[in-house]
Design a protein around this ligand. Structure first.
Ligand SMILES: *Cc1c(COP(=O)(O)O)cnc(C)c1O
Length: 359
């Protein structure tokens, strides 16, 4: 056994992912399973395929390639607007891609012709989160018109939007209606009804679960909510209880000592150049565990299973815990366990220094 270790409970993962797929299906919405947040780990891909996902998506082409290697019948879906320089690989490994620029669409069309394929596209529109998507309505309609009528190696599946990423914009029924209005205009422009209106990501799942998602949204691209339940407070919706969390981080205590809580000397910046505030709480029982920001990003996002543990912070290779209030008597060499948030999952799953164990 090696630590730090990310333990993935396949049964719980199956149950949680299945719940999302079934809930959306009941509302007539197809779920595209997003695997970029778990680094397309084989064991997780296999579980999602068992659950019944027919389309899996990522922003990274090597992950789409891995999906095809595991099961060539699964449709692959490229989430990040393609780089012009990766167009050949996009056509090769992705059945579907999200797009927002006519230059890229023309390049995809040329490449699809070369590879003797029809490449499917969804055009992203901007609904205010201000990451990818066409903002201007004329540009949107000119783009879909050209794809539909002139780029004959592309197939226009529909349109989509992204929310809750850069601009922190909440997916609301109003935002979804805005997207549906654009979808109607697009259908009118091309003279047939588009089949895909791709709503949003995990942050929109509560709309579906509460049956407040406007009719007409046909697809959601969901990653986070299949795996972890870390957005409960923000969206006032519990994806699943703590006991159903499928991902647990296990890390080992390498130092356990009583020390002051307030640093001694001239305070400058920490290892990452940040200026921080420290509270003087006197002498505390502090533990160092052998896992740090290189492995998991923001240490403060970890949720200790022992709720009496307080996380103080960390640096590249260490996380510092305050164990003063714990009933349990920890000792050097003990293993401490945590549930994780998105950034932790993203990094832990891709770190070569973190053991992965499926149970
Ligand atoms: C990452 C991503 C998603 C999925 O986001 P989650 O929060 O993991 O559900 C959906 N759409 C796009 C365009 C993305 O980049």
């Amino acid at each position: 056994m090696a630590y730090p270790k990310l333990v993935i409970n396949k049964q719980k993962l199956f149950k949680n992912a299945r719940h999302v797929l079934e809930t959306c299906k009941q509302e007539g919405i197809e779920v595209v399973g997003v695997v970029k947040g778990i680094n397309a780990l084989d064991g997780i891909l296999e579980t999602l395929i068992d659950v019944g996902f027919k389309t899996l998506a990522s922003s990274r082409i090597p992950q789409l390639k891995r999906i095809k290697e595991i099961n060539k019948d699964i449709l692959t879906y490229d989430l990040r607007i393609p780089m012009l320089s990766e167009v050949p690989d996009v056509v090769k490994w992705a059945d579907i891609s999200l797009n927002s620029s006519i230059e890229v669409l023309r390049a995809l069309n040329e490449e699809a012709k070369k590879q003797e394929k029809i490449h499917k596209v969804i055009i992203m529109t901007e609904c205010g989160d201000l990451r990818e998507g066409i903002f201007n309505q004329e540009e949107l309609l000119a783009t879909v018109d050209e794809v539909e009528h002139r780029l004959d190696h592309l197939y226009l599946m529909g349109i989509g939007t992204n929310l809750g990423c850069y601009g922190s914009i909440m997916p609301t029924p109003e935002k979804m209606k805005e997207l549906l209005e654009k979808a109607d205009l697009v259908s009118q422009t091309i003279g047939r009804k588009i089949e895909v209106v791709s709503g949003a990501a995990s942050t929109a799942f509560p709309l579906v679960a509460r049956a407040t998602m406007p009719a007409g949204i046909t697809q959601m691209r969901i990653g986070d909510s299949l795996y972890i339940s870390d957005l409960d407070e923000c969206f006032n919706y519990v994806m699943f209880p703590d006991s159903d969390e499928a991902f647990t981080l296990h890390a080992e205590i390498i130092e356990l000592k009583d020390k002051p809580s307030y640093p001694i000397g001239v305070i400058a910046v920490d290892a990452f150049g940040n200026k921080k505030e420290y509270e003087n709480k006197g002498i505390r029982t502090r533990a160092l565990i052998a896992v740090g920001r290189q492995d998991l990003g923001e240490c403060l996002h970890l949720k200790p299973l022992d709720s009496q543990i307080e996380i103080l912070g960390g640096s590249s290779d260490h996380t510092i815990l305050d164990l003063t209030l714990c009933d349990r008597q920890y000792k050097l060499g003990d293993i401490v366990t945590f549930h994780i948030m998105y950034e932790n999952m993203l990094m832990l799953t891709q770190s070569a220094y973190v053991e992965k164990e499926y149970i």
